[in-house]
Design a protein around this ligand. Sequence first.
Ligand code: HEM
Length: 190
Amino acid sequence: MSKGHRKVDEEESFGLSDIARIIAGLLLVNCILSYAFTSSTTWGYEGRWIDPHYVNWKLTGNYVNLTLEQLSQYDGSNSRLPIYIGINGKVYDVTRSSSVYGPKGPYGFFSGKDGARAFSTGCFNKPDEFTYDLRGLDLEVALKDIANWQKFFENSDKYWYVGTVIHEPITGDPPAPCHHVKFPGYKKHP
Ligand code: HEM
């Protein structure tokens, strides 16, 4: 092949870098259009699939099986670790809502614990309520409340199930009763 032909071949060959450039260009146009129409670069989608932390976990993550002590590290106080909440033995990653579940968030008290009891009683100002000790509660009601919250976290677009909590045997007295109106003026929550 002559020198002239080789030059034409090189100019016309379509390599991986061209494909990458086209994809990047299309993504950019997509983001610009999305921003123009929705003021968001993802057409308003804020779910976990745009979170590199979720994608990375999905690709590499193993399910966890944590003791209460290990779980307590995931309370949002260490920004290099995800935020986990436990509900009756199940652990969910709630890092996407760090403003809600982080140390300064309105529901930060649930993080790094298995606070199953408080998910039913709603007694958030009583530290001993953040336990999986359900003694003294109407079990039918408590387990229904807990299952509903587990469903909420499982069906959420933002959160995901990451594993289990190793429950230690329950000893000592159960938490004192908390007389509290769960949803004053509310029928459904959240
Ligand atoms: C058993 C009682 C309750 C439990 C277990 C509970 C639990 C929760 C949880 C887990 C969230 C976060 C949802 C999310 O991640 O999107 C939430 C959000 C919220 N809750 Fe409650 N809650 C209770 C009672 C109440 C009551 C009585 C009120 C109001 C009077 C209330 C007002 C709110 C509000 C305004 C939000 C949204 C917070 C935000 O996204 O910044 N909750 N609740």
